[in-house]
Design a protein around this ligand. Structure first.
Ligand SMILES: [Zn+2]
Length: 279
């Protein structure tokens, strides 16, 4: 099934990254909830960059917007089936080896490394250059932005296409997938916090809005999570697909970096124990 049929087109191949980053910073403060305000949300960036994700021979199958799934296991949550946390070292840190493909420019590579390092500032996750470890994240520029959920074993691809994915929030978003996190709007209690309007969703994309029996780690539902899609994600008619409840005016899915709750979740999932981390 070709999942990525008729998504919005153009823009990213032709626009300079820095123009976009600039625009991101400028629109961040916007308080409106119009579809234009969603232009540079995480989910819009993903939708635009992922038009061809998973269609290229050799790429993993990409479902749920930007989550890669092993063939044949499309309905299973790999994490619940076999445990997908990265192992904790005796010093309390969680070392996640990475390799960055040589296709990235020096500047892109720096942006990626900065994204990796951001985890060390607030969590016990330590992304470290690959040094003969067996399991690692293999950061490549394939057709779109996507990641598997959790540790898969051996080299697992995190794709950050040079066309539209090398942004701080996208890097954090995809690595949070690799650490084991799903999209916020699919979490188990989401119906208490958002209403999904399937009638406005692109036909065939409804599966992006399924509910997963997530472990929410006693953290509140977070509209500002970098894992939350925006109000118009996968819209087919410019009408909202996700509406926050009961206050429908709250901004959703507009994070430009991990929220405090995203950070808290990483620390709880991996039982990080450093000063002040559990608040
Ligand atoms: Zn995602």
């Amino acid at each position: 099934m070709m999942l990525r049929a008729a998504l919005l087109s153009v823009l990213f191949c032709s626009v300079n990254n820095y123009v976009i980053q600039d625009f991101l910073e400028k629109t961040e403060e916007s308080s409106g909830n119009s579809i234009d305000d969603d232009d540079f949300s995480v989910s819009t960036l993903l939708e635009k960059a992922n038009q061809n994700a998973g269609k290229v021979p050799g790429d993993p199958l990409v479902l749920y917007g930007d989550i890669a799934v092993p063939s044949g296991l499309q309905n299973a949550d790999p994490c619940t089936q076999r445990g997908c946390l990265w192992p904790k070292a005796s010093d309390g840190n969680v070392y996640v080896p990475y390799r960055i493909g040589s296709e990235f420019s020096r500047r892109e590579r720096n942006t990626i490394v900065q994204g990796l390092r951001s985890f060390a500032l607030s969590t016990c996750i330590r992304f470290t250059p690959l040094n003969r470890q067996q399991d690692f994240v293999d950061i490549r520029s394939l057709s779109g932005c996507f990641s598997f959920v959790g540790r898969r074993g051996r080299n697992q691809t995190v794709s950050l296409s040079r066309q539209g994915c090398v942004f701080h929030q996208i890097i954090q978003h995809e690595l949070l997938h690799a650490l084991g996190f799903d999209h916020e709007q699919t979490r188990s209690d989401r119906d208490q916090h958002v209403r999904i309007l399937l009638q406005n969703v692109i036909r065939g994309m409804e599966f992006n809005f399924r509910i997963i029996q997530t472990n929410n780690l006693n953290t509140p539902y977070d509209y500002n999570s970098v894992m939350h899609y925006s109000r118009f994600a996968f819209t087919r008619n410019n009408q909202p697909t996700i509406i926050p409840i009961p206050d429908t005016n709250v901004a959703i899915g507009r994070a430009t970096e991990m929220s405090p709750t995203d950070i808290l979740r990483v620390n709880r999932l991996y039982r990080c124990r450093r000063r002040g981390m559990e608040g």
